[in-house]
Write a protein that binds this ligand. Structure first.
Ligand code: TYD
Length: 387
């Protein structure tokens, strides 16, 4: 049974950057978050229909940051180049492009990105991951040695179907490698903004192992990653494979944090409410003093924060973002203008809310001038403060 612990209120499609003319028809849903007693999964109480989020107008590009390009390159060189690799959710090819086109296949339901990887020479199935698709890939390309997925499995409402389909397509000793934001890090960082329509689940290793095991797979290794505010890279194989120490050490750490207990999430919900009060206090203070505040990075995460806290262009004048598909549009729900960074992070900007706090290191290195002239970043991670 799923028991709700947090209500993040009325939320739009997190990556639904829009034009003024589309405001009237903008889609909203109620973002409730709960805990499943049986599997220990943290999951939304109502799922948004995937085609509303993942379609030909999808705007998130994995290759926009150097950190992510290097992260995927580093993993790819550890994989034997003779392996047959399938990627679920290949986005703009940021991972798959590290492999030869005759060894790797992509699955990507966002048609705009499926076209891009197809044009790069990778057979790309422009579809959602299903058992039917796995069966067709099996018939045409055979079993796969590596099935990889980054920041995608936590996007899929039906995890049982997803894992069953993966199990059916893996070669005998094949490995399913996937990575998503870690629930332990969300709790440690109070990063409630990891929860939005596209992230119906936030995974603990404990919950994942429960779900994988009921579908014929078992976690054999866990690697903690720093990307996306703290992620876990999970290695899973068929039940019976050798399991290394990282699995139990991660699970026991999660038990210490109480990730297997509802009451932990009730306390988290209290901290989230306080974060909202503290962030509004800083932004309202800036407004009263006539300071110019912008946001840095039009992230999905900031869609959750802005809509939960009710942050309008009154408090944050505009958001800068390097993604061409987001520029000259309005942010979902709160309709803050998104602009190109080049001409907009000028001397008039005094405060910048870090929407892309997960890239703080890269951003600080890029924005030395802003910092030198006394510009301050505002963050809510792990608590609301100025940097
Ligand atoms: P990310 O944190 O991956 O977003 P999400 O919450 O949607 O998963 O995305 C970072 C966003 O910030 C992306 O739209 C690109 C943008 N960005 C900049 O504008 N400047 C930068 O220096 C960096 C690193 C990212």
């Amino acid at each position: 049974m799923i028991k709700q612990f947090l209500n993040l209120g009325k939320q739009p499609i997190a990556n639904g950057f829009l034009q003024k003319k589309d405001i009237e028809t903008e889609y909203f849903f109620n973002l409730g978050v709960g805990f499943d007693d049986e599997t220990k999964l943290v999951t939304q109480t109502e799922y948004v229909d995937p085609p509303l989020m993942f379609n030909d107008e999808y705007v998130y590009r994995g290759s926009m940051s150097k950190t992510m390009r290097e992260h995927f390159k580093a993993l790819s060189i550890k994989i034997n180049p003779d392996c047959k690799v399938l990627e679920i959710g290949s986005n703009d090819g940021v991972f798959i492009k590290n492999f030869k086109t005759d060894k790797a296949i992509s699955v990507e339901p966002c048609g705009n990105f499926a076209k891009e990887t197809n044009a790069m020479g990778y057979t790309t199935y422009p579809e959602f991951w299903t058992q039917d698709l796995a069966n067709r890939i099996d018939l045409k390309h055979g079993k796969q040695d590596i099935i990889f997925s980054a920041n995608c499995i936590c996007h899929i409402p039906d995890l049982d179907q997803t894992f069953k389909a993966v199990e059916s397509l893996l070669s005998d000793h094949g490995t399913f490698i996937f990575e998503d934001p870690s629930l332990a890090e969300v709790i440690n960082n109070n990063s409630y903004d990891q929860i939005y329509d596209e992230h119906p689940h936030v995974f603990s290793v404990i919950a994942l192992d429960n779900l994988l095991q009921r579908n014929g797979l078992t976690i054999t290794r866990v690697e903690n990653q720093t990307v996306h505010g703290g992620s876990n890279r999970i290695f899973a194989k068929r039940i019976g494979a050798t399991i290394d120490d990282t699995v139990e050490s991660n699970k026991s750490y999660e038990r210490i944090l109480g990730l297997d207990q509802y009451k932990t999430f009730e306390k988290f919900a209290d901290r989230v409410k306080q974060s909202k009060v503290d962030l509004l206090r800083i932004l309202n203070g800036c407004k009263e003093e006539g300071k110019k505040v912008i946001a840095y990075g039009a992230t999905s995460k900031s869609t959750t924060v802005f809509n939960y806290c009710g942050i309008t262009p009154d408090l944050i004048e505009y958001i800068t973002d390097t993604t061409p598909e987001k520029q000259d549009k309005l942010s979902p729900g709160m309709h803050i203008p998104v602009v190109k960074p080049e001409d907009k992070i000028d001397d008039s900007v005094e405060y910048a809310y870090l929407g892309a706090w997960n890239f703080a290191k890269e951003i600080k290195a890029n924005e030395k001038d802003f910092i030198r002239r006394g510009g301050k970043f505002i963050t809510h991670i792990p608590n609301v403060r100025l940097i």
